[in-house]
Design a protein around this ligand. Structure first.
Ligand SMILES: [Fe+2]
Length: 547
């Protein structure tokens, strides 16, 4: 089916706007704000306040095909999400190109909805692909709730969520999941089926929720025999319609739906939500900056539409994903965005020897504003654990035992000055109990964060828990080919496992514990879960030890 005229004109609008801004390739900060601004200044719902209401009785097919989700819980509030899509794999998702649907929602203290805490009606606008974001407040702290949506006679699946404890309040323990990297075409989301059964307070997703690559008719390594995916998925996503459809495809997955329905999520993105290894306004491949800005704006918008994120204020000009959450007195979560504001990868990206270019102190991974914000948060923290969910590997990873090693230019290793500012700042402030959470690399690691990675005897200042992928890179193996080299070359690397799965993390006043869960296989359904290893780091005595 051809793209709609609306879609084509939206893309042209963005391209024209980007061209008018006269964005230069290296002025990435300008491009960043331009892309983000463009994402939210075109087709705002207010411009279509007079949208005709679509009567619920005209919805003759179930509109709740993409499940429900909740996110960014506070002690008195949580964001509830759904998106109406009677035909999720068709352009337009089976709804008119303009219009608004009134969606009733309710949230209760019990699973049977006898004790309703709040209820109301939200509007799902065509402009935002009929997504619904309800920021429900007035809820009790530190409590499980259940929620659902209704349109006419259609009722959504029931979701379970949990408010956080009030800031500063004493709590015994918090348990959360760490997930990332779910290439649909690499296998089944069986890890999510098991994650849904875990007893968790929340889940952190640190990026690569979608991948932009084309997906063939059999769903790649899923090798479907019971369905054929439409050919419109078999090309790289570049337009708003492409990204919207890609989220719809992912969200039809029953295991992903189960994990969203079971837990509140805090999400942040990495590169594949837009394009592999992009940096701020700089594309990976040869694309004009104008076209890339338009692409990034489309990707940004589709991301916001599909995630349980708190609605940006009407005057917001970008999608600021870095944010801080508190979990009682026990934890402060500083969720980073290391993709949107970064300097371009040095030395042509990939694994390269460090050079004056990669070591240039002017290079940034978070951008100056976010760096200041993080240090300010560390300074004010009163939490036992300072947890930093973020995207790319923080600790040094040499791939040879020789003195000089190539390093990943896309990770913190490619931004050593930025890492040094992070570590020196944390040291000056006296940050205790630092736990960095990471995704991106599709393997699990337990690592000690050294004050100086060149000196194995230097102080251990915290730990890094790298969670493996949900699906990306297929079944994987316990010891990938470089297992021996990496563990020998990096003495601060205490654990390395190359299978698919997720990580369950427990924090209490004594220790932080990581249970590395792995799935037997994902290229066929029915994979079983087991714990590959468990590691703890003691409070005020950092260092990963096998539990
Ligand atoms: Fe990934």
């Amino acid at each position: 089916m051809a793209r709609t005229d609306d879609q084509a004109s939206h893309d042209q609008q963005l391209r024209d706007a980007a061209t008018r801004l006269g964005i230069g390739r290296r002025r990435f900060l300008t491009v960043t704000s331009a892309a983000a601004a463009l994402a939210f200044t075109t087709n705002l719902p207010s411009a279509h306040a007079a949208d005709a209401e679509i009567a619920p009785r005209t919805l003759t097919e179930n509109p709740f095909t993409l499940g429900v989700a909740s996110g960014d819980p506070l002690s008195d509030a949580v964001v509830l999400w759904t998106r109406l899509a009677p035909r999720p794999l068709e352009p337009g998702n089976g709804l008119p190109p303009t219009g608004v649907v009134k969606v009733d929602w309710e949230i209760a203290r019990d699973e049977k909805f006898r004790k309703v805490a709040r209820r109301g009606t939200a509007k799902a606008h065509a402009e935002f692909n009929y997504s619904v974001h309800v920021d429900v407040d007035g809820l009790d702290a530190d409590r499980v709730h259940w929620y659902r949506f209704k349109v006419g006679s259609w009722v959504s699946p029931v979701g379970r969520t949990r408010t956080s404890p009030a800031r500063g309040r004493h709590i015994e323990e918090v348990r959360f999941g760490l997930v990332s990297c779910q290439a649909y075409e690499d296998g089944y989301f069986t890890a999510y089926k098991h994650l849904a059964n875990e007893d968790l307070d929340a889940v952190f997703h640190v990026g690569d929720y979608i991948y932009e690559y084309g997906i063939d008719a059999v769903g790649g390594d899923r090798k479907y025999t019971d369905r054929t995916l439409p050919s419109l998925f078999n090309h790289e996503t570049t337009t708003l319609e492409d990204y919207r459809l890609r989220y719809a495809l992912y969200k039809t997955d029953p295991d992903l739906q189960a994990a969203h329905a079971a837990h509140a999520w805090y999400v942040t993105w990495d590169d594949h939500e837009v394009e592999n290894n992009y940096a701020a306004g700089i594309p990976e491949k040869n694309q004009s900056v104008e076209a890339f800005v338009a692409r990034r704006a489309a990707a940004t918008r589709a991301y916001w539409e599909n995630m349980p994120l708190r609605m940006p204020k009407p005057d917001a000009t970008d999608l600021k994903l870095y944010r801080r959450h508190h979990y009682g007195k026990l934890a402060q979560f500083d969720i980073l965005d290391t993709r949107q504001y970064r300097s371009d990868q040095a030395n042509g990206d990939g694994w390269q020897f460090p050079t004056p270019e990669s070591e240039n102190p002017a290079r940034t991974l978070m951008g100056a504003t976010q760096e200041r914000w993080l240090m300010d948060g560390f300074r004010k923290s009163k939490a036992v654990w300072n947890v930093v969910p973020q995207q790319v590997v923080f600790s040094r990873r040499k791939n040879t035992t020789a003195a000089a090693s190539k390093l990943s230019m896309d990770a913190w290793d490619g931004y050593p000055a930025a890492r040094e500012r992070f570590l020196a700042g944390a040291e000056d402030i006296g940050v205790e109990n630092l736990v960095i959470l990471t995704g991106d690399v599709h393997v699990a690691y337990a690592m000690d964060v050294k004050r100086n990675f060149d000196d194995p005897d230097s102080r251990t200042v915290g730990v890094e828990i790298v969670g493996t992928s949900i699906a990306s890179d297929g079944d994987g193996e316990e010891h990938p080919g470089n297992w021996g080299t990496l563990t020998a070359a990096n003495p601060h690397m205490k654990f390395y496992d190359g299978r698919r799965g997720y990580t369950a993390i427990t924090l209490n006043e004594e220790h932080a514990r990581a249970d590395y869960r792995v799935i037997s296989h994902i290229t066929r359904p029915g994979g079983t879960v087991s714990t590959a290893a468990s590691f703890v780091t003691e409070a005020y005595n950092p260092g990963m030890q096998r539990a």
